[in-house]
Design a binder for this molecule. Sequence first.
Ligand code: 5BU
Length: 474
Amino acid sequence: MAGSGSDLKAQLIRDILKYEAVKFGSFTLKSGVVSPIYMDIRVCVSHPKFLTAIAEAVEQTLKAANLRFDHLCGVPYTALPIATCISTKTHQPMLMRRKEAKAYGTKQIIEGKYRAGDKVLVIEDIVTSGSSILETVKVLENAGLTVTDAIVLIDREQGGKGYLEERGINLHPVLKLSEIIDRLEVENLIQADVAQRSREFIRTVKPSLTPAAVGVGERASFEGRARSAKHPVSAKLLKFVNKKKTNLCVAIDVETTAELLELTSKVAPYVCAVKTHVDQLSDFVYEKVIPELKRLSEEHSFLLFEDRKFGDIGETVRAQYGGGVFKISEWADIVTVHGVPGAGVIQGLKSAASEKNACIIVAEMSSAGALTDDSYKKACASMVESNADFVIGTVSQSRVVKSPEFIQFTPGVNFELSGDGKGQQYVPPEVAISDRGADIVIVGRGVTRNGDPGDRARIYSERAWEAYEKATGN
Ligand code: 5BU
């Protein structure tokens, strides 16, 4: 298109007013709130030139942001024609989300060809709270698709960008509502008092997310996440989670092989992973522990998770991981590693690993006075993101890495105690999941030292599962 970016924007703003996509006055919204400004981009379907100009501006923003994606998807309905224009012009394929799939029975909720794990760029006309985008993201993620970015023609700047960012979606606006108001005022197309009232409205009215959008993005369903899992170990873990309907990992911290194996067989039906500290066993003999642990894990579909917390230079952890008496990389699906040594620790572990192994980074600890502050967590998050071929998530007390590709394990879970007198701090499974962002809760003594461990594991797994379902909005 001819003209600079700012000329194009100025013209688009004039068109928005000309075609009455924005109106100033006094409008009672669905919520009952009276607004001095009303926006409706749907009018563009009656003005093909206006629709073309919108699509071109969206396309320009898309190019400037240098986004990589496999499909475009317009949020129904207004953004559908916009996405279509971009798709026919740029030859980027599109997906269409149906709003009413149920009424049509066999019809797909998402029309178009895609593969699990494909990346979708969402297109929207106007963002207020971001709810419509999130509702579309939920449908896409449940189908195993990934969404990290959305482009919107107009950001009303009433909180939507923040809500979306908290849920891992970067919002790229073509225009901000304040920009539209400023420009129209400068060009004398609206009065100063109208502009002022509109600015005041944007500043003070911040609508919240719709119930259907709450929790979306924060928590995609385990089914969707299993379909889009990239690493074979996270795929396997999420397969077990869905098959057994459990997001419980039991920490079996005991000192003898007999206790370890007995407790493992008791909790086995209720867990997606069993976490060990094999160096606590006073009678460890590889042949007596590992083959039986492996047999149980295969029979009952759970992962073996050795909480080794590697924390040395790459070369040392390589030898510790693959060698010694424990030969951890031979049998542990997952191991923990501290971020302290920096990226070399991951490189070291990787060199002793196969595609059957994965690690998770301890980004934040449950114990009182833990030194894992915000900047440490951030550094761990970038280590996770840049090593996705080996790192599948974090052990943490908060959502350190936003993308649902990564799994958050949260220890310090117990519904009867608040601590253990030695620094451990507990929250109930519901708090770990809904407030702290846990995907998998790790429970040790709450299961193993308290009555019948099998029954305790069942109770913890039911409570954790229910809390997760609630968090996804199911
Ligand atoms: P508990 O009995 O539920 O307190 O056991 C918790 C387990 O999780 C135990 O094996 C710890 O080593 C492990 N853990 C933890 O409690 N807190 C952390 O921050 C990390 C691991 Br990392």
